[in-house]
Design a protein around this ligand. Structure first.
Ligand SMILES: [Fe+2]
Length: 234
């Protein structure tokens, strides 16, 4: 699958305490419009609720039932993200040698792609958190809708712990600062290297918030060294 369907030059490093990449127009315009027009009808898929929240996900991994039902445009998108070329492009944008110093134990090249097509509605939000330690990289691409209000994607810096191993999945809000927010506008994409202090959240949403959520995950076990993972920071 060709990298021509992304605007690779548009993906820029966001100056932040942990590795974040942002694009204001990630997919090639024509392809983006086609994806938006071909947005799947969730009734035809096995869609699951996301942690009992007003969000439903059509989870696709290579070869699963949802993957096999994807229309050609979304199949193309999945196959691009799963391709060697795209993985090389993306992993090259992050400093993997530095990530290893920060506890990455898995090789991104061997990771498994999961692509979820997501719809959230009124009241959806997530608390500040760091994702499962199986996750190496995750990213979101937004598909704006006329009814959408709020629903920004937030990133936050945590007070420095003595060791990268000491961060916990859920922070004490008193320990966060320097938050930045990205509006879920058409074709905006945010990529995060999921290291132990990569705190982020989805802000309260009104209306329909459509997005594609992708992640590269370790095949089994944690991708990151941890010490005091789990629970809340003090
Ligand atoms: Fe998350």
């Amino acid at each position: 699958m060709s990298l021509r369907i992304i605007n690779s030059d548009s993906l820029l490093t966001y100056p932040y305490v942990y590795p974040v990449l942002v694009s204001k127009a990630f997919l090639e315009e024509g392809f983006y419009r086609k994806l938006k027009a071909d947005w799947p009808d969730f009734r035809k898929f096995r869609a699951e609720a996301h942690y009992k929240s007003p969000r439903r996900d059509v989870v696709t991994v290579k070869g699963n039932k949802n993957y096999l039902k994807l229309n050609e445009t979304f199949r193309q998108l999945f196959d691009l993200f799963d391709s060697r070329d795209f993985r090389n492009f993306l992993f090259g944008k992050f400093n993997i040698a530095q990530a290893r110093k920060n506890g990455l134990t898995e090789s991104p090249e061997n990771s498994i792609l999961q692509m979820s097509i997501c719809e959230a509605t009124d009241g959806y939000e997530t608390p500040w958190h760091v994702d499962t330690r199986r996750r190496i990289i995750h990213f979101l691409i937004y598909f704006g809708s006329p009814s959408l209000q709020g629903g920004e994607f937030g990133i936050a810096e945590h007070r420095k712990e003595r060791s990268i191993l000491h961060y916990k999945q859920y922070p004490n809000l008193m320990n966060l600062r320097n938050a930045r927010y990205f509006s879920p506008h058409d074709n905006v994409a945010v990529f995060i290297l999921s290291q132990n202090d990569s705190y982020h959240r989805a802000c309260k949403t009104k209306g329909l918030r459509r997005f594609v959520y992708c992640s590269y995950n370790a095949g089994s076990g944690y991708a990151w060294k941890t010490g005091k993972w789990g629970g809340h920071s003090k």
